[in-house]
Design a protein around this ligand. Structure first.
Ligand code: GTP
Ligand code: IMP
Ligand code: MG
Length: 344
């Protein structure tokens, strides 16, 4: 039986992470939580502009690579943690396009992606061809960070207006009893530590890393929401045990393309053991399940649990049995409104 979670609305800090190989729909889930829970801060951890979070509201569709997806909630401060790599060009473009200049704060210790990092990412055959990186310079910039020869945000004049002590802002907000949403990027399967090395991104992607990225200690994390999609996807090379044939994907009509690279995403069937293991290492307290409309198109856009088809209800029940963590948010389409929130 599905445990219909009747907890309180979100308070304190909640980290949102990806449980499969990235692109689980974290952007949509964060945007939904931001509008519903009205946090004072939405902070971004994770690798950097290799991520592409999609946020769709009404007719508007945004693909954000640097700005927290919760920008859609206009009263929240938008912070980028020290662990995140910044591409100043991508950041500036998004700030202008989204009109969020007055709300952005970036940590002085963020590492800067420079042109040479992007070139190396695209020209190095191992990275470009074998691993199939996003070509956004993240791996080479993280390499320079470890070599201790990278530039930091505090050294870049154009960023001076945004510089703030991100951990201090977040910890003070938590001391004052405010709500803080912390957004991770990528997914468990491409974590540098726990993923399918060497076919992984250049950093760990689990909740503990995301907390470190934005500067809160483990004892300050109240909730971890892990996002899974009904049909996991993977972009780039690497093992994918439940991958489907392209004929099956075509027959089901569930093809997907990358937000950053436009590459076709490989698509697989639900992977229960991976979901369970990933929830364990992430310390997940809740699960958000996306793409239920792909499982049964008749469920597209449904916002009431009782209206879901038996097929989808059974899938949700089985998924909860697999993961052994309460499923609290169900997504039935890409738009923020196409959500069933069971948190009470
Ligand atoms: P990364 O940080 O890059 O890992 O991305 P992400 O987890 O934010 O996901 P991304 O936006 O890259 O990919 C998810 C895709 O699925 C987007 O195109 C979303 O609009 C879409 N999406 C999200 N939830 C649903 C859903 O419930 N149903 C359908 N059909 N699409 C969804
Ligand atoms: P990099 O992070 O650009 O170095 O890419 C390393 C691997 O991670 C490649 O297989 C990418 O396709 C994958 N990857 C990086 N970021 C994302 C993401 O946001 N979604 C999905 N895959 C990603
Ligand atoms: Mg993405």
């Amino acid at each position: 039986m599905l445990v219909l979670y009747k907890g309180d609305m979100m308070m304190g800090s909640t980290i949102i992470v990806g449980g499969f190989f990235g692109d689980e729909g974290k952007g949509k889930i964060v945007a939904h939580l931001a509008l519903k829970d009205k946090p004072s801060i939405i902070a971004r951890g994770g690798v950097g502009p290799n991520a592409g979070h999609t946020v769709e509201k009404g007719k508007q569709k945004h693909g954000v690579r640097m700005i927290p997806s919760g920008f859609i909630y206009k009263d929240a401060r938008l912070l980028i943690g020290a662990g995140v790599l910044i591409d100043p060009h991508v950041l500036e473009r998004e700030i202008n396009e989204l009109g969020v200049k007055g709300r952005i704060g970036i940590d002085p210790r963020c590492i800067i992606i420079e042109e040479k990092h992007i070139l190396e990412d695209r020209q190095n055959k191992r990275l470009a061809d074998k691993i199939g990186t996003t070509g956004t310079g993240c791996g080479p910039a993280n390499k320079d960070r470890v070599m201790r020869c990278a530039r930091q945000a505090k050294d870049v004049e154009e960023l001076s207006a945004y510089i703030t002590d991100v951990p201090l802002e977040i910890n003070e907000a938590l001391d004052a009893g405010q709500t803080v949403i912390i957004e991770g990027t990528q997914g468990f399967g491409i974590s540098l530590f726990y993923g399918t090395y060497p076919y992984v991104t250049s950093k760990d992607t689990t909740a503990s890393q995301i907390a470190a990225d934005i500067g809160i200690g483990p004892t300050r994390v109240d909730d971890v929401i892990i996002v899974f999609k009904a049909f996991p996807t993977r972009v780039g090379a690497g093992p994918f045990p439940t991958e489907m044939s392209s004929e099956d994907v075509k027959r089901l009509g569930i093809a997907e393309y990358g937000t950053v690279t436009g590459r076709r995403r490989r698509i697989g069937k639900w992977d229960g053991p991976m979901a369970k293991y990933s929830a364990m290492i992430n310390g997940a307290t809740q699960v958000a399940l996306t793409g239920l409309d792909k499982l049964d198109p008749s469920c597209y856009g449904i916002t009431d649990y009782d209206d879901l088809s038996d097929t989808v209800k059974e899938f949700v029940r089985n998924a909860e049995q697999d993961v052994r963590v309460p499923i609290t948010i169900l997504s039935t389409g890409p738009k923020i409104s196409q959500t069933i929130d069971l948190r009470g």
